[in-house]
Design a protein around this ligand. Structure first.
Ligand code: PLP
Length: 431
């Protein structure tokens, strides 16, 4: 067992300072055993904790670090930007540069607006949808996460209740009445809902690659169906690409599937590890945003120059020839080695993957496309596996509902070696 003495002490101290000892809940290791690891540094595909343990990191800060930790171009770009100060609250050339890089290489947005997190991007995008359509209601899907926006902290109502109920204390039921929660991969549910409420639905929001509650890969035909019903019913199609944007392709799932959303949100990778989010749409829609239009949205640190410089360096690297093909090939190599091994041994374990994202699944199952198709008991297996993975020097997000990420710094050599370690963990769990 690895020593976690220092992490444990730091966590005790943190509990006196922050609710549950953390500044974002999933970090608290509540789904797995022990104190969260306090990380002291990262380099390439590795991180080290305060006890000096070294791990191959597949969490990658929950997705942003597609080049790995401490990537040279990002570090150098930040260092250069820092020489000129950290924030002005006035436009800078760096915002233009990052904006141009995105718009030149993304056929789905004419204009974007930078904000400081994925949550803020979604909140603003929903306001835009409502402001543009003059309609109130939003359809979201069970199993998709869109940040901690009040109206998105809603789960399906029970039985025949169409409207959602709040999934967090502090969100008035009246807010959740404006959100309709439907199951994924269910065309009839969408059609029925539109038949009843279509006149007041501003947008359908979806993670086109749902990756916050397992990896609930949707069929392309289902996403095309959503595009079609939205167009036919004057509803905006909103792709939340905070994870998938710049991850599965430069222009995200929209590019991968060839489907144009009306509004799209980005986060994570766009900021190179610093806090940046963005929402984008056509010129016509974006003309509604203040100061051009009457949908208000603002931010003291929006377009922060240091954050912009990190984003410029990171997404420039993503634009290099073959970047995404290479990411996917290395991920496939890693996943294939583990899945083949598990299959040969008859272990009830499989990694599901798309692009450079993977998810660990346990037990026998068909393709899992809906939140309620995940076997909750499999989380017990995950918890056991998690302890073994940590002991083997492998770090992933501390919850079986979270996905793992592969960065450019995860070379084929590293992945070959780590997959052997992973298979040894499978032996210990299943034999
Ligand atoms: C799809 C999606 N949307 C929105 C968010 C919220 O982003 P942030 O945590 O930057 O507020 C997340 C965060 O994981 C996300 O995965």
């Amino acid at each position: 067992m690895i020593s976690r003495n220092k992490s444990e002490q730091l966590f005790e101290k943190a509990k006196k300072l922050f609710p549950g000892g953390v500044n974002s809940p999933v970090r608290a290791f509540k789904s797995v055993d022990g104190a969260p690891l306090f990380i002291s540094k990262g380099d390439g595909c590795h991180i080290w904790d305060e006890d000096g343990n070294k791990f191959v990191d597949f969490c990658c800060s929950w997705g942003p670090l597609i080049l790995g930790h401490n990537a040279t171009p990002v570090r150098e770009s930040i260092t250069e930007a820092l020489q000129n100060g950290t924030s002005f609250g006035a436009p800078t050339v760096l915002e233009n540069e990052l904006g141009q890089l995105i718009i030149d290489n993304n056929p789905f947005v004419d204009k974007i607006r930078f904000v400081s997190s994925g949550t803020e991007a979604v909140m603003s995008g929903i306001r835009l949808a409502r402001g543009y359509t003059n309609k109130n209601k939003v359809i979201k899907f069970e199993g998709c996460y869109h940040g901690h926006v009040d109206s998105m902290l809603v789960k399906a109502g029970s039985g025949l209740v169409t409207f959602g109920t709040s999934s967090s204390a502090g969100v008035p039921e009246s807010f959740s009445q404006e959100t309709i929660v439907l199951p994924l991969n269910d065309e009839a549910a969408v059609l029925d809902c539109i038949a009843e409420h279509g006149h007041d639905i501003a947008c359908i929001i979806i993670e086109p690659i749902p990756a916050n509650n397992g990896l609930l890969l949707q069929k392309k035909t289902y996403l095309e169906f959503l595009r079609k019903v939205c167009t036919e019913n004057n509803i905006l199609l909103f792709f939340d690409e905070v994870i998938s944007g710049f991850r599965v392709a430069f222009a995200g799932a929209a590019e991968m599937y060839g489907i144009k959303p009306d509004i799209v949100t980005y986060g994570k990778i766009i900021g190179g590890g610093l806090p940046v989010g963005a929402y984008g749409a056509s010129d016509e829609l974006m003309a509604c945003i203040s100061p051009m239009g009457d949908v208000y949205q603002a931010g003291t640190l929006s377009g922060n120059p240091v954050a912009m410089s990190a984003g410029i360096a990171q997404i420039s690297a993503c634009l290099e020839d073959g970047f995404y093909a290479d990411q996917e090939a290395r991920t496939q190599f890693f996943v294939d080695r583990i899945n083949t091994y598990a299959n040969e041994k008859g272990y009830a374990f499989e990694m599901v993957t798309i692009g450079s994202i993977f998810w660990l699944t346990f037990g026998e199952h068909d393709a899992i496309r809906k939140a309620d198709e995940i076997n909750a008991d499999s989380m017990v297996d995950f918890k056991r596996m998690y302890a073994e993975l940590l002991d083997s020097g492998i770090y992933i997000g501390p919850s079986g509902y979270e996905v793992g990420f592969i960065s450019k710094a995860h070379t084929t050599e590293v992945l070959a070696e780590v997959s052997d370690r992973f298979c040894a963990v499978l032996d210990r769990l299943f034999q």
